[in-house]
Design a protein around this ligand. Structure first.
Ligand code: PMP
Length: 458
């Protein structure tokens, strides 16, 4: 072996640099650093977990010539395909249709078969990409490994064994906060879990796109209505068992526009060729830093690379068409819509059914957000009260707390109306949260009225 060479590309996984941000985070007191995981040979942090998952499958009997099947948003596929090429496996990948063409072409370049499935179906729908992957894996059994990154403990274990120790070696006691986008949880649960074991004072901050389930669940314990967004690789519409939300110290929410503008800034101002989830994670870290009130060393994981998003984030036409460029006014933001609303009505969970019925009647509304000590608990709607009274055991004097439900989506005052529209296709209503406080409620008819008024003015 030649000195300085590695025996194959898997030995070149990891050893990624940590770099200080000098421009995009200048207005915060904390120092923000980035872990350049996009410099891994397969183009993302997923190289680490893919190697661990394949080695685990080999220990369980996977033989060269066998198949690797996975439901993937692209990066896990790229890492699996790279290692499969080296070790002699065949790959079949199932992807949601929102993924960029570069990602699909990139997988096919390794010789993988790619099956594209609709995004706009429930996770348990037979057409969803998770269910399709499962079916194909069953058809190809037995010399087939279904990587199942959302439920395979070898995913977080890969980050626990590789990314976590590497960060600890590079940062040690000087690290205060580790911040990463929330997908399967491999990064936060695995690498974050390792860091916390080394130093329990290290805080873990998750970054979640608006439309995903994680944020509301962490903040209120409610499973709200997910809706679609453009940033790839982070946020979920179900709960993967590889994500341990209990480890999180904080969670920050970001929208597509801020993710993509930050992604472009990271490339143009810092030279960091990152993808959309890297922009999301940095935008989230900056928000966290602004609200933390302390000077901390924050390390942000930059998962994948710009080259996978040339036709989207780095294409001005695509950015403009989607209303992500600054000059685009679009339909406005949620703050414009709720400006005209006054006296938001809420209830507390100890309020009696009788009093809440009275509130709905006198205010002429069909549901109220339930808020305890400033924290949103959920909503109570006419139909919940009706069900309670019809059930026989329910009385007018019962508290409304147990009747609270999660049939709503949450948005922020700066959420674009176009995105609100997505949120309302599935959810009964949207609750507007500003730094965790309920500041408004939007029903479908509110949105219709707002749009109708806008088009009559235009
Ligand atoms: N960013 C990108 C681009 C990804 O593909 C993923 C994985 N889905 C993540 C971030 C999140 O990483 P993890 O699955 O380890 O939570």
């Amino acid at each position: 072996m030649m000195k300085g060479a590695v025996s194959d590309l898997t030995k070149a996984i990891g050893h990624t640099p940590i770099v200080k941000l000098n421009k995009v985070a200048r207005d915060v007191e904390s120092d923000i650093f980035v872990k350049c995981e996009y410099l891994n040979p397969g183009g993302s942090h997923k190289d680490r977990m893919a190697l661990n998952m394949i080695e685990d499958a080999e220990r369980h009997g996977l033989k060269p010539g066998g198949y690797i099947v996975e439901a993937t948003s692209g990066n896990t596929g790229a890492s699996l395909a790279m290692i499969a090429a080296i070790r002699g496996y065949k790959c079949v990948f199932v992807m949601p249709d929102k993924m960029s063409q570069e990602k699909i072409a990139g997988l096919r370049a390794f010789g993988a078969r790619v099956v594209v499935c609709p995004t706009a179906v429930e996770a348990d729908d037979p057409r969803s990409y998770y269910q399709t992957a499962k079916r194909i894996a069953n058809e190809l059994a037995p010399n087939c490994f279904y990587a199942n990154q959302y439920h395979n403990p070898a995913n977080p274990e890969g980050q626990y064994k590789s990314l976590g120790p590497e960060i600890w070696d590079q940062c040690g006691k000087e690290l205060d906060v580790f911040c990463a986008g929330m997908g399967t949880g491999g990064t936060l649960t695995g690498a974050g879990g390792f860091l916390k074991e080394k130093n329990a004072k290290i805080k873990l901050v998750g970054v979640d796109p608006i439309g995903s389930l994680y944020y509301d669940f962490v903040k209120s314990g409610r499973i709200t209505k997910p809706f679609s967004y453009k940033v790839e690789g982070i946020g979920e519409d179900f709960f993967p068992s590889t994500m341990n939300l209990k480890l999180l110290d904080d969670i920050v929410r970001v929208d597509d526009k801020e993710c993509f503008l930050m992604t472009r800034d990271l490339v143009r101002l810092e030279g960091l060729t990152v993808g959309g989830s890297g922009g999301a994670a940095v935008a989230g870290a900056v928000k966290y830093a602004r609200s933390s009130g302390r000077k901390e060393n924050i390390l942000v994981c930059l998962a994948d690379t710009s080259s996978k998003y040339m036709s989207k984030i780095f294409n001005d036409d695509w950015m403009r068409e989607n209303g992500f460029l600054e000059e685009e006014k679009g339909l406005g933001i949620v703050a414009d819509l709720i400006k005209g609303q006054h006296n938001l009505v809420t209830a507390t969970s100890t309020e009696k059914v009788r009093d809440v019925i009275e509130k709905l009647k006198t205010k002429g509304i069909s549901q109220v957000p339930v808020v305890d000590g400033g924290k949103l608990i959920g909503i109570v709607a006419e139909v919940d009260l009706l069900r309670h009274l019809v059930s026989g055991s329910g009385t007018l004097d019962s508290p409304v707390g147990p009747l609270v439900e999660g049939d709503y989506a949450t948005v922020s005052p700066d959420t674009k109306i176009e995105l609100l529209q997505n949120a309302m296709t599935d959810a009964k209503l949207a609750i507007v949260l500003d730094h965790g406080n309920v500041v408004g409620l939007v029903t479908k008819i509110d949105l219709i009225e707002f749009l109708a008024k806008r088009s009559s003015v235009a």
